[in-house]
Design a protein around this ligand. Structure first.
Ligand code: HEM
Length: 398
């Protein structure tokens, strides 16, 4: 097999900072060498999918490919619910969460999104240049997700730091990650306990405290597991897609005009950006019985990474996969795997899509003449998610 940049199939890890700058070249080589399912010897050894069909099968067959031992590799030191459960336990919790994340329920957050983004753009607009990921996109996400859960503002920076470290540094610094995991968990247990004794508020923590499944309240462990997952699941992923979308739309004014003028369906375009960016490049499942995946024999207990990034850039499924194409016949959650697939498909996707549309429209409304600065060198933070780090721009000060 050809070895792009010195890497062979068995060297793969989505925590590899060099490889994951250009993962699509790597997946192509492994897939083209006839390996829809390849073996890596990194991180204790695991299988990973390189085409669409293999990843799709892993997502759709939860009985053979279980989430109950967690979905991260290396493992996260924290339980995450409902992602670390299989049906029917997962279904039970998902039913409880569904109403909170339905499109109609998300609409009530729209004015809050507008206000937060408007305030940040007020600060940026007179300056004439900005680093959009750092000054706009990441702060927007933190300012939206933290109050959605209900955590006090004084703790946002500490929480964001720990979450980021846990997402990126589990290979390089497992000890600090273990400590941060414990601290984060203790923080959320204390936060939940404190909130049980105070007047009700309008946030997710309140909904979790008040929730009943079959007449029974959620346990503290379940509440903390859901809260942790919302923090992990919502922040980085959405920032990654917005960063890539803004970069593309600044550089393609004709496509931007088509989108903003309504010629292109906005939600469909957002799905294409999620496919293109694939911030969650891959998720782990554990094999429950000896089986075979696209011709590759697997044993009970093996780990398989369903690689969303490789599936979403498989030319057999998405022609010219490294191009953004608003006219692709995609646009529903049953096609690309950027939001995952099967029982665990992203429950936060309407939340993410509403926020992404609000953010993209607001940016071009307030800063219509954006240009990418010449010193831009695309670089991605990697780990559990792959995120564009910076997007330096200039514009006429408003
Ligand atoms: C563009 C942004 C987003 C992307 C790309 C994304 C991606 C994903 C993926 C791939 C999964 C599947 C996990 C699996 O199969 O094991 C997932 C599940 C989940 N996501 Fe998202 N996500 C995004 C935004 C959000 C937001 C904004 C929230 C919350 C506010 C959220 C909360 C969740 C939760 C709770 C689950 C677990 C669902 C379950 O286990 O049934 N996500 N997400």
């Amino acid at each position: 097999m050809a070895k792009p940049e010195g890497y062979s199939a068995q060297d793969f890890s989505q925590h590899d900072r060099v490889l994951m700058q250009r993962p699509y070249d790597f997946y192509d080589r492994v897939r083209e060498s006839g390996c829809p399912v390849a073996r890596s010897e990194k991180l204790g050894g695991f299988w990973y999918t390189t085409n669409y069909a293999a990843a799709r099968r892993v997502y759709d067959d939860f009985r053979t490919f279980s989430s109950a031992d967690g979905t991260a590799l290396p493992k996260q030191p924290l339980p995450l619910y409902p992602i670390d459960l299989d049906p029917p336990q997962q279904t039970r919790m998902r039913k409880l969460l569904n109403p909170i994340f339905l499109p109609d329920a998300i609409l009530k957050y729209r004015p809050r999104f507008d206000a937060i983004i408007g305030d940040l753009l007020d600060e940026i607009a007179p300056k004439g240049e900005a680093e959009l990921q750092e000054e706009l996109v990441r702060p927007t996400l933190a300012t939206v997700i933290m109050p959605f859960l209900g955590v006090p503002k004084a703790d946002w920076a500490m929480l964001a730091h720990k979450l980021d470290f846990l997402t990126r540094m589990r290979v390089e610094d497992p000890d600090t990650c273990a400590r941060y995991g414990e601290e984060l968990s203790n923080y959320l247990y204390e936060f939940a306990a404190r909130r049980r004794g105070t007047p009700p508020e309008d946030d997710l923590m309140q909904i979790l405290i008040d929730a009943r499944i079959g007449g029974e309240a959620l346990t503290d462990e379940e509440i903390v597991g859901i809260a942790t997952l919302v923090l992990f699941g919502g922040l980085d992923t959405t920032s990654a897609v917005v960063g890539m979308a803004l970069w593309y739309l600044i550089e393609h004014p004709d496509e931007r005009a088509r989108l903003l003028d309504g010629e292109v369906d906005f939600p469909k375009a957002l799905h294409e950006f999620v496919r293109y960016a694939s911030p969650i490049q891959g998720l782990r499942r554990t094999v429950t019985r000896d089986t075979e995946l696209e011709g590759c024999p697997l044993k009970a207990g093996d780990y398989v990474m369903a690689m969303n990034g490789a599936a979403n850039h498989d030319p057999g499924k998405f022609p010219e996969p490294d191009q953004v194409r608003f006219d692709r016949p995609i646009g529903n959650e049953h096609d690309h795997l950027g939001f995952g697939g099967g029982a665990h498909i992203c429950i936060g996707q309407h939340f993410a899509k509403t926020l992404m549309e609000t953010l993209i429209r607001a940016v071009f409304d307030r800063l219509p003449d954006l240009r990418i600065r010449d010193d831009f060198r695309p670089a991605f933070a990697v780990g559990e998610s792959r995120v564009l780090q910076t997007l330096p721009v200039s514009f006429r000060p408003a």
